[in-house]
Write a protein that binds this ligand. Sequence first.
Ligand code: ZN
Ligand code: ZN
Length: 339
Amino acid sequence: MKACMIVEKGKIEIVDIPYCGDPDEHEVVVKIKAGGICGSDMHIYHGTNAFAVYPNIMGHELAGEIHAIGKGVEGFRKGEKVAINNVLSCGECYACRQGRPNVCKNLKVLGVHTPGGFQEYLRISKHNVYPVPDNLSWAEAALVEPYSIASESMNRGRIADGDTVLICGAGPIGLMLLQAAKLHDVKVAVLDVVASRLEIARKLGADLVLNGKSDDVKQAIMEFTDNEGVSLSFEATGNLRVLEACISHYASQAGRVVVLGFSTEKMQIAPIEIMKRELDVLGTRLNNNRFPEAIDWLATGKIDPKHMISAVYPVEKVVEAFAFVDENPERTLKVVLEF
Ligand SMILES: [Zn+2]
Ligand SMILES: [Zn+2]
């Protein structure tokens, strides 16, 4: 069967590999139909993802159809449309015992630590497979995983009606956060440095867009919130200065700051900023059982994923697809490979 192999940094090849094999008792085999290219894939491609191993098969934003079903698996039928959860956990460590497998001590992320889904067939635990309705296209179904990240982030930030929300970063994840936040009765400001992305944020319902290059962000946020600061902010740029400002300048008393960006650099925060306002600074990673909600958003039309898809490439053109993302960073949201 065909697979897109990242041989070393900067080098992707379509190779022929053996079939994944029949499913074990609690597994299914999924025939992959679509896979989104993620920012983290671009980092693996460029050799800048600290978690990456080579050679590997990337792909963790996946949709496909059930091809084979293990003996002990019930509730699936052959040909059924599914999305694949990329979180592989041990089930035994402290985090797993707390019901938080997405931060398992022995966490493996499909397509990062283990061979992912940019291949024809994938054998995987039944627990990682979620049916999606047929009204979603393959490319849309592949977006369930990134939307599950938005769902997890909202859950971590305990979003509630009446919140004033700041989303830093208007890339695909930032825009999905915006769509998810707007399901609540909240005011949302979006911060980025790319005007075209802020334009999209505006179209998706942002109440205020802020260009970090040209606007006085702190003052605008204070005006936006009657001088209170935002009650909930999401840092999805990875820029340390932005996270520092979220904590030191933008957050309200008793505010929550949710951290999605994963810089390895150290930042400068006076702890009193966190202490005196009783801020909650919360990490969020992948998703913890958020596939059902993400699927519901897309299946019922609460969220329209169409705006997120910039281009769809047949898998044979995987090299062109990665080049397209590289060459059009400002106007690319999601690029999806179809099999
Ligand atoms: Zn991703
Ligand atoms: Zn674990």
